[in-house]
Each structure stands twice: as C-alpha cells, then as structure tokens.
Design a binder for this molecule. Structure first.
Ligand SMILES: C[S@@+](CC[C@H](N)C(=O)[O-])C[C@H]1O[C@@H](n2cnc3c(N)ncnc32)[C@H](O)[C@@H]1O
Length: 393
C-alpha cells in the first residue's frame, strides 16, 4: 500500500485562506478546455446522419475514416465547437465537444462508473459546495471524481482513495484528460480507505474533519467508523450501492454506530422522451437500475441520536433479519425482515372473499352466467371460464 498522494497537483495548491485559486490560464481549472475553437489534442464527438457517435482525439496529420469516406483532423482544428464536417464520400458529421456526461460514458473504464444521473444526485443531495473538503472511495474509473472536483472547484479538496493501483491509473488518466491536466483540488491515494484515511490529516477530533464523504464500493459499512473519525460534525456521508441488501447493511451499521443521523435512501429513474412532430412519448428503452443512494450526517461527538418517532415495522428486526449483524441475504428471506406489515389470517380470508366476489361479478357482467365454483374449487381459471361460458354457436 502506498498512502502518499500519488497525484501531485500541477497548479498551486488551494489558498488555505479561501482566496481564489486558478488554473494555468488564470481561470478555473478545466474551464479553458470547455470553450473556444477546437484544439489539437482535444476529444470531440462526431454524430453521423444515423445518430451514431464516434469520439476522436484531434491529432494534426491524422485522418478519421470509416468504410464510408474520410476527412483530416486538421480540417477541424481551429474550427468552432458545434460545427459540421463533410467527408470524402459526402457524409456529414456534427462535431461537438463532449459534455462531462458524454465524456464519462465514452472514457476508458476499469470498474463500472457512476452514471451522470446519479453523479448529479450525489453532488446535490450531499450538498457538495465550492471550497468543500470531500473524502471519496473508491475511485474506480474516476467518473464521480470529476463531478466532485467540479463542484468543489480549485479552492476545495477531494481526497480520493482507491485500493487498486491499476484503477487509480485509469482514473488519473481520465481526470487529466478531462481537465486538460492535473486538478489542484485532487489528492489521489492508492490504498484501502480504512487503512489510509488516518494518515490523510483529516481528523474530526483535531478540528480538521472533512465536510463531505462519498463511498462507492462493495462494503461501505466497513468504512463508517474510519469516515466518522475523519469527518466534521454535521458533515454529509452519501453511499452509492447496487443492491437492496447492501442498502440495508449500510443503514443498519450507521444506526448501530450511534455516530450518524437517521439514514435516508432513494433511487432515481430517468426516462428519455422521443420527440418527433406529434409523436412525443417516452422512449421504449431506459436504464432500469443503476444503484441506490443513502445519506446520513455526522453527529457531534457525545451526542446520542434522538429517538425515532416512528416505531419500526413489526418484524423488521426479527432475530433472523441479520440486518444489523451483517448476515447475508439468506437471513432476509421473509417479508417481515423487509419491513412488510404482517397480514392476519382474518384479514387474508376477508380479502379472499372480496376477491372472489369481484371475480363472480366480473364473470357475470362478461358472460351472463355465474361460474358455480369460481372461488371454492381451486380449479384452473381457464377451466372455470370455459364451464361458465355460453355454448359456442
Ligand atoms: C464501482 S467502483 C467506483 C466507481 C467510481 N465511483 C466511478 O464513478 O468511476 C468501486 C471501487 O472501489 C474500490 N474499493 C472498494 N473498496 C475499497 C476500499 N475499502 N478502499 C478503497 N477502494 C475501495 C474498488 O477497487 C473499485 O475500484
């Protein structure tokens, strides 16, 4: 493990007094690469007439070619963003600088990236502000890192921890490609978060705690104590997890530690819309699941979390839930473990009678006859329907 910063900032470190910090051109880091004419070395996105995307890095002397013609990169260098180019076969491409959301979906990746819709939620719901000090682990491919760096700005600090050196290299390359060089707010440590965090200088007890923490990893519950030690009171922790069992474990671990406020969890779904003339409707395809987000805030030391007003659902903490013990998914096999209200036999019988009555009424309305045993025999509904239907012809 190497817990010394492995990504040294190229630009002067952020002014501890809170004064303005600037990129090499005097503006905020990365801003210059987002505007102006297209430059050599920049990535640009080409959209062909069928809407297919190609991402290229503009290189003097190089050609972009497909089986349907070619053009020289030099024809684009110096042209404005948002231009078009026609290749040797007459195919026209729209040329645009990728947005951050485009960039993260087309950049090289090792681990899965946080999707732009979730990165937006992280920045907003964890209240990542300009100048904030943020802990991030793991870094993976660096997608979320870029959103965090943008949100904290040059005067902030993102302390990122990644235990896989190969992934850290991918992330470093992506971040530097996107910002056009290293970012002054970024400290990248190769190492396990729990082992490396104490050496970071972020220390709640010493008054140098971080403002925010973002965990995107398999087992965030293992890091809660280390993060609490490194976080200022009132600081926001947000975890991004892929499964409901992870969500449960992190929530129960936060509650059990007594150092965090009552956690809140949610997911977001984004559905694109097809826009064409009067055919304006949701798109048929969407990304159905990415992950869940859960937030909680660091309590001041010595403060006992206030008692919850709501009582937990009966059975939510039955012995076999394993929710607060870290037991695996098998322990969550009954509905009560998931907080479902238990259904009494009486209530179930009543519901069954109502359902049967509804089926009878529906059948009479449709077929004009009552199936004698629709609710009592347990026959295949298809057979019941046939028996009660008027004879054909
Ligand atoms: C899903 S990836 C993170 C993706 C990243 N947020 C992005 O948007 O590109 C999870 C990463 O966490 C790292 N990881 C898991 N546990 C860790 C720990 N305790 N300390 C540091 N890194 C860890 C893994 O090596 C992996 O690269």
């Amino acid at each position: 493990m190497n817990d010394a910063p492995t990504s040294q900032p190229a630009n002067p470190p952020a002014d501890p007094a809170g004064g303005p910090a600037h990129g090499p051109d005097g503006g905020p880091t990365g801003a210059a690469t987002r505007r102006g004419p297209l430059r050599e070395g920049e990535r640009v996105q080409l959209t062909d007439p069928r809407g297919r995307l190609h991402t290229i890095t503009l290189t003097a002397g190089k050609e972009f070619h497909t089986h349907r013609g070619r053009f020289r990169h030099d024809e684009l260098i110096g042209r404005p963003d948002g231009t078009t180019i026609t290749n040797s076969a007459g195919v026209e491409y729209l040329v645009l600088r990728p947005l951050l959301a485009d960039f993260v979906l087309s950049m090289p990746r090792g681990a899965a990236v946080v999707y732009p819709k979730d990165a937006g939620q992280v920045v907003q719901m964890a209240d990542v502000f300009p100048g904030a000090t943020v802990i991030e682990a793991g870094v993976g491919s660096g997608a979320l890192t870029m959103s965090l760096l943008r949100a904290v700005g040059d005067a902030g600090r993102v302390h990122s921890f990644e235990r896989r050196a190969d992934f850290a290299d991918i992330a470093r390359g992506n971040v530097e490609t996107f910002f056009g060089g290293s970012h002054p707010a970024w400290r990248l440590t190769v190492g396990d978060l729990v082992e490396s965090l104490p050496a970071s200088g972020l220390d709640s007890a010493a008054g140098t705690g971080a403002d925010r923490a973002v965990l995107d990893m398999l087992a965030p519950w293992e890091c809660l104590d280390a993060v609490a030690d490194a976080m200022a009171p009132g600081g926001v922790l947000i975890c991004y997890v892929a499964t409901a069992t992870q969500l449960s474990r992190v929530a129960e671990a936060a509650r059990a530690s007594g150092r965090w406020t009552e956690p809140e969890a949610w997911e977001s779904m984004v559905r694109g819309w097809h826009l064409e003339g009067l055919a304006v409707r949701p798109q048929h395809r969407m990304v159905g699941h990415t992950g869940f987000l859960i937030t909680t805030r660091r309590l001041a030391d010595g403060v006992t979390p206030p008692l919850r007003k709501r009582r937990p659902a009966p059975g939510a903490y039955s012995e076999d839930t394993g929710a607060d013990t870290g037991a695996g998914p098998d322990a969550l096999s009954d509905g009560e473990g998931y907080g479902e209200r238990p259904v009494s036999d009486r209530k179930a019988r009543k519901a069954a009678r109502e359902a049967a009555a509804g089926a009878t009424a529906s059948h009479e309305a449709t077929h004009g006859a009552t199936p004698a045993d629709v609710s009592t025999t347990g026959e295949d509904p298809a057979d019941v329907g046939t028996a009660g239907a008027p004879d054909e012809g």
